[in-house]
Design a protein around this ligand. Structure first.
Ligand code: FNR
Length: 361
């Protein structure tokens, strides 16, 4: 593994053994109505924990209304919390920091999962009402969201806070708030979705209010010794939308509110999106945000160790997240280990690999 990737780093009291991680990736594999982790989640996350510094468990709904699909994970009941504790444990066993992404789907909710057609789930099919900043749908074929009122907003803050408490009790050691890809927190930030004229809309400060209030609510419930991350879509790629300068203005406000890491993604405020992803296309955002003084994660088509190493070497990010490549190639980090990082190989495999370097497989 490139030396730069191997350097451990620390956020608050949590030490990450290296700078490679798995980004949150929904598995859509929970049982509808239960929303607890299943044996698939245990298998998937245990496998991907080997050799990386952190595994961020997929978007997990803070309440029933916060689901995107009926197969999403949730963290509002004791059973869900217990099932996620087992996931956190297998990730820790693999040597990685277990992290959990908390989500409210907002106007992207009430959908079937991708392999069930990714279509609107109508109320008579078990669908639910979705909320958003304004009655502007995400795309054609999506429901018109009901504009969130005071009570909805209070409920969202309460649900995020309660979910944070449950995540700590389940054994997670980093939390990430999903404020990207058009979900509720992102939709309040972006003028494309937020056309309110109250306290939560119009000006930059008002559009940032829900996210900043969520951060304070969560920070109050999430242990001080553990880091808090926020995933931001740093650019909407839309005329009149959220831009990189907006992100650079928001980053110090988030840091002051107790955010330790900004996970820099982009796009997703509406469909269709014109921007075509290219290798490393979002690294520029991680680099720009990092210059404001907050730690960043870079993600998006960083598909090999060499590329990941150059992102860290160049000082563009503190952490590189590798998603789809680790879906098909979960052993990549182990195959990349050399003599200097042999400790990344699980104790159970070390003796077996002493005679044959892991990189030969
Ligand atoms: C994702 N992504 C994603 N993002 C997020 O913030 N929460 C999530 O739950 C998901 N779910 C998800 C599922 C699947 C199947 C994919 C492929 C992607 C986006 C993901 O975290 C990552 O940003 C992108 O996949 C880009 O990184 P890679 O895959 O190019 O390394």
């Amino acid at each position: 593994m490139p030396a730069s990737l191997l350097a451990p780093f620390r956020l608050r009291d949590v030490e990450f053994r290296n700078r490679l991680g798995l980004p949150p990736m929904s598995q859509y594999s929970a049982v509808p109505g239960e929303h607890a982790a299943t044996s698939w989640h245990l298998h998937h996350y245990a496998t991907r924990a080997l050799g990386v510094g952190t595994v961020i468990v997929e978007a997990t709904a803070i309440s029933r209304e916060a689901l995107v699909t009926p197969h999403d994970l949730g963290i509002w009941t004791d059973d869900q919390q217990d099932s996620l504790a087992a996931v956190a444990e297998v990730i820790s066993d693999g040597g990685a920091v277990p992290a959990l992404q908390l989500s409210h789907g907002g106007r992207k909710g009430s959908r079937t999962r991708p392999w069930d057609g990714d279509r609107w789930l109508r109320p008579d099919e078990g669908g639910w009402e979705v909320i958003g900043p304004s009655p502007i749908p995400f795309a054609s074929g999506y429901p018109v969201p009901r504009p969130a009122g005071r009570r909805d907003i209070d409920r969202v803050l309460y649900d995020f806070q309660r979910a944070a408490r449950r995540a700590a009790a389940a054994g997670f050691r980093m939390l990430e708030l999903h404020a990207g890809h058009g979900r509720l927190l992102h939709s309040f930030l972006s003028p494309v979705a937020n056309q309110r004229s109250d306290h939560y809309g119009a000006s930059f400060d008002n559009r940032a209010r829900l996210l900043l209030e969520t951060v304070s609510a969560v920070r109050g419930a999430w242990p001080h010794r553990f880091p808090l991350a926020v995933r931001l879509s740093c650019d909407d790629y839309e005329p009149g939308g959220w831009t990189l300068p907006d992100t650079l203005r928001l980053a110090p406000l988030l840091a002051r509110a107790g955010v330790d890491l900004i996970d820099c993604t982009s796009g997703g405020i509406r469909r269709p999106q014109t921007r075509r992803p290219a290798p490393g296309y979002q690294v520029q955002y991680a680099a720009a945000v990092r210059k404001t003084g907050v730690a960043t994660a870079a993600v998006g088509l960083i598909n090999d160790m060499r590329h990941a190493g150059t992102v860290i070497d160049a000082g563009h990010a503190d952490l590189v997240l590798m998603g789809r490549r680790l879906l098909v190639d979960p052993a990549l980090p182990l195959r990349a280990v050399g003599a200097e990082d042999a400790g990344l190989v699980p104790r159970q495999y070390q003796r077996a690999l002493q005679t044959v370097p892991a990189s030969d497989f």
